[in-house]
Structure formats: structure tokens, C-alpha cells
Ligand binder design. Sequence first.
Ligand code: NAI
Ligand SMILES: O=C(O)C1=N[C@H](C(=O)O)C[C@H](O)C1
Length: 260
Amino acid sequence: MAVEPVRLVVTGATGRMGEELIDTAGDRSDVSVVAAISRTPGNVAAEAAVGTHLDATLSDEERVDVVVDFTAPEATAEYAEIAARHGVAFVTGTTGLEGHDADPLGALDAASESVPVLHASNFSRGIAALRGAIREAAASLPDYDVEVTETHHNDKRDAPSGTALTLIEDVESERPDLTERQHGREGEQPREPGEIGVHARRAGDVTGEHEVLFAGNRETVSLSHSAGDRGVFAEGALDAAAAIAGREAGRYQFTDLLRD
Ligand SMILES: NC(=O)C1=CN([C@@H]2O[C@H](COP(=O)(O)OP(=O)(O)OC[C@H]3O[C@@H](n4cnc5c(N)ncnc54)[C@H](O)[C@@H]3O)[C@@H](O)[C@H]2O)C=CC1
Ligand SMILES: O=C(O)C1=N[C@H](C(=O)O)C[C@H](O)C1
């Protein structure tokens, strides 16, 4: 018996990730993009309704299972509230949410009281695997210096990347002695104990690279990931959307859904 595809609305449809999601979903049978939302002009390569307002689209569509959102923090806050009001699950990969005036993290928590909500700073399976390795290295290498470096394309808004922040939290969870995030260095500034160095590079069209360096005891360990293209993130986000549809309200982790 054929299984009905999970019905998606993609926001930020003319953005880099929005385009990639629509393109990638077109090759899959487990998900179907029934509508696309774009506030900026551009061609949406979807055989789907194209709208400018999520609220109106969710009212018009017969059934939507999941909103998939890769936009900007203020849009994510707004879209999470709208999705929850319509009883639709919300999957978002938007980064730069921490400390933003629109309180997108509060909006995600509020939405999760009535619908399933998943936010991941990185939807690649490689980063999900790397996180386990980083926590293990951080626990096994006490007193080693830790430096995190990320590189992204020159259009990226937020720094450091959401992934870098997630990896730093993973290190910090095993190394409570590391209490200071040192963003770059300049002039006379020797390394202090308790620091994690954080370095953000922006250049050309680099999709996304992350490295966590552990150094001490006359050795270095470098754990790194490089995304070959945005399809890597799109596949993961669509896997998450397919897995979260129909679940109970609450906050979900990408790493948990991968194991289910
Ligand atoms: N979690 C993950 O795996 C990944 C996360 N990202 C994140 O996804 C987000 C989007 O990235 P890109 O697609 O490269 O950006 P982009 O700039 O190419 O596209 C952003 C889209 O959001 C829309 N948008 C921006 N502000 C808006 C607003 N206030 N209201 C409605 N729509 C709005 C724009 O019109 C555009 O279509 C960023 O936060 C980025 O860091 C990107 C790649 C992977
Ligand atoms: O903006 C991007 O491009 C990316 N953003 C995410 C982040 O901030 O970590 C994930 C990925 O590295 C690409």
C-alpha cells in the first residue's frame, strides 16, 4: 500500500536553503511541498502554491503536516507562532536565534506546547556524528586548549555560526573549566586558562566548514566537518520533517529523530 507523502510548506522559498529544500523534496516520495512562502521576489521552482503570508497559506491549504523554515530569526519567531496556531509541526534550521530581540527561542518553546517543534543549527548527519566525537574528546582530554574555527560564504548574516555555538556547548558540557569564549585575538593577548578560542571566517561561496582543535600534552587532535553542498542540510531537514509529522507536541532533537 502506498504511503501518503508528508505535506510541507517551505518558508524562505527563494533563499539558498529554501531553493535547495524544494529541489531536494522534488526527488523524494516521502515528502511533498504543497506550498512555498517567499517575501522576496524570485522564481520558486515548485509545482506548488506560492504565497507571501504563511497565515493565509495555512488557512487556504486543505492539509499541511509540517512547516520547514530556513529564514531569519525575526521570521522564525513569527512563523513558529503561526504554525502553532494552525496546529502544524515546525522544523527550523535558522541560526542566530540566541539573544535576538524577536525572542525566537521563546517563540519555539511557546509553539512546542501545542505542536512538535525541532530546531537544529545543522541538519547534516556528519555534524550529528561529529558532536558525539567532540564530547568524547572533550571529556578524554582535560586541560587541553580548545579552539573552534568555522568558515562560511560571504553572505552569511550571523557569526559565529549556529553550528559553532552548538559545538562549543558540546565542549563546555564536558569541560566546565572553560568559562570564557574568546572571539578572535588582537594585539598583545596571550591565551588565558579557561578560554575557548572562537574564529569565524567569511569567504567566497564556502558552504560550511567547522573545526574543533584540541591541543596539549605535545599533541593536537583536530575534529572537522566540511559540507560539500546545501543538499546535505536539505536531506537532513526533510528527514526530520518526515519523522516529526504526527508526533506529540514538544521539543525534538535532530540527533534523536535520526536514531528512531
Ligand atoms: N541548520 C542548518 O543545517 C542550516 C542553517 N542555515 C541557516 O538558514 C538560514 C537561511 O540561510 P540561507 O538560505 O543561506 O539564507 P538566504 O538569505 O539565502 O535566504 C533567507 C530567506 O529568508 C527570507 N527572509 C529573510 N528575512 C525574512 C523575514 N523577516 N520574513 C520573511 N522572510 C524572510 C528571505 O526572503 C530569503 O528567502 C540562516 O539562518 C542560515 O544560517 C543554512 C544552512 C544550513
Ligand atoms: O548560513 C549557512 O550557510 C549555514 N548556517 C548554519 C550555521 O550557522 O551553522 C549551518 C551551516 O554551516 C550553513
